[in-house]
Design a protein around this ligand. Structure first.
Ligand SMILES: *Cc1c(COP(=O)(O)O)cnc(C)c1O
Length: 345
């Protein structure tokens, strides 16, 4: 088995992490003269409570079926993506293998951290996972590999067996971003965590959970990797109100909304196929559709004129001619359909 500790940057492995006042004293009661806060209560004068965040961590871990020690809560998944680079990649030397097209932050964070990136295109048209090409793209300085399933913007999810081949065959850290897993008909790869210490699974409260405004992302991995993330993250990375609102919202049942969004997605996919300007609709396991149209810029502008904003992906390699459309409420989707049906180039 790979020794994950060998993959961590030496300066990070040797880090003496910053310890906050609230780390050292976790209580709520008493006279708090330890953190240089303003003593007058206005609901926000105290630094976030470690106990409250821990409560959220335990609840989310329980929902996901992992141990709390295997879960990191970040300021969006974007914080977790950045932490992967900062923990494992030596700037100016190491590199990451990234499937393409996919979520832009894997590349942006690589650039910010001065980490090389090796873009590996998915199979054209099918957007299938090129497992052998991904493995072949790695060299001894490749510390990270980014896979997104279901993938943004193509919408397809990959088989667990293919992702497992990557986890088994890659000598670095495999990051699987499952931001859209709650909409997906295939199972996610969380069960692989037990077997592969080099796996990190990212999820988020931003999509199906309806909390994009809160900025809470999840990284799940071995307790060893999570302990290092906790040392490297900013102290108090999630604010008090964010934690409280998430605690209120996390116990609600998202299944009815998810079911409606998935049903609307499938209905939209079938309906839009009959529109004159639509050439192709790619199968989706997420809450959006990638559609190929005859005149992407024209359709985009026509929608915009009607106040409907979609994402133009037509200049993305392998997505030529494509728009990415998020599934909205039934009323919003009807409006979208009307606009697309009435479009004449
Ligand atoms: C939307 C999205 C996220 C979510 O990012 P947050 O920072 O958690 O809001 C992560 N990955 C992908 C692929 C996404 O599309």
């Amino acid at each position: 088995m790979k020794d994950i500790a060998q993959l961590v940057r030496p300066n990070i492995a040797a880090l003496q992490p910053y310890s906050t006042a609230r780390d050292e004293y976790k209580g709520e009661l008493g006279i708090l003269l330890d953190a240089n806060e303003n003593p007058y209560d206005n609901g926000m004068n105290r630094y976030p409570s470690t106990a409250l965040k821990e409560q959220l961590r335990c609840l989310v871990a329980d929902i996901k079926g992992v141990a709390p020690q295997q879960l990191f809560l970040g300021n969006g998944s974007d914080e977790a993506i950045d932490l992967c680079y900062r923990v494992f990649c030596e700037p100016g030397r190491d590199n990451a293998v990234i499937m393409a097209p996919s979520y832009g932050m894997y590349s942006v964070c690589a650039d910010i951290n001065d980490v090389g990136r090796r873009m590996v295109p998915l199979e054209p048209e099918t957007f299938a996972l090129p497992v052998d090409r991904l493995l072949a793209a790695a060299d001894s300085n490749t510390k990270l590999m980014f896979i997104c399933s279901p993938n943004n913007p193509t919408g397809n999810a990959f088989e667990t067996s293919e992702i497992e081949r990557l986890a088994a065959g890659f000598d670095g850290i495999l990051v699987v971003d499952e931001a859209y897993i709650d909409f997906c008909s295939k199972p996610g790869v969380l069960p692989l965590l037990e077997k592969y210490p080099n796996l990190i699974v990212l999820q988020t409260l931003s999509k199906a959970w309806g909390m994009a405004g809160l900025r809470i992302g999840l990284a799940m991995a071995s307790s060893y990797i999570i302990s290092i993330f906790k040392q490297v993250k900013y102290p108090y990375n999630i604010g008090t109100d964010t934690i409280s609102l998430a605690l209120e919202s996390i116990s609600r049942d998202i299944a009815p909304q998810v079911a409606e969004i998935v049903a609307e997605r499938d209905r939209l996919a079938a309906e839009l196929l009959n529109a004159g300007c639509v050439k192709k609709i790619y199968p989706s396991d997420a809450n959006f559709l990638l559609i190929q149209v005859s005149d992407p810029r024209g359709v985009y502008n026509a929608l915009l004129e009607q106040g409907v904003i979609v994402r133009d992906r037509s200049r993305v390699t392998l997505c030529e001619g494509c728009l990415r459309i998020t599934v909205g409420t039934p009323a919003e989707n009807v409006k979208l359909e009307k606009c697309i049906y009435s479009y004449e180039s």
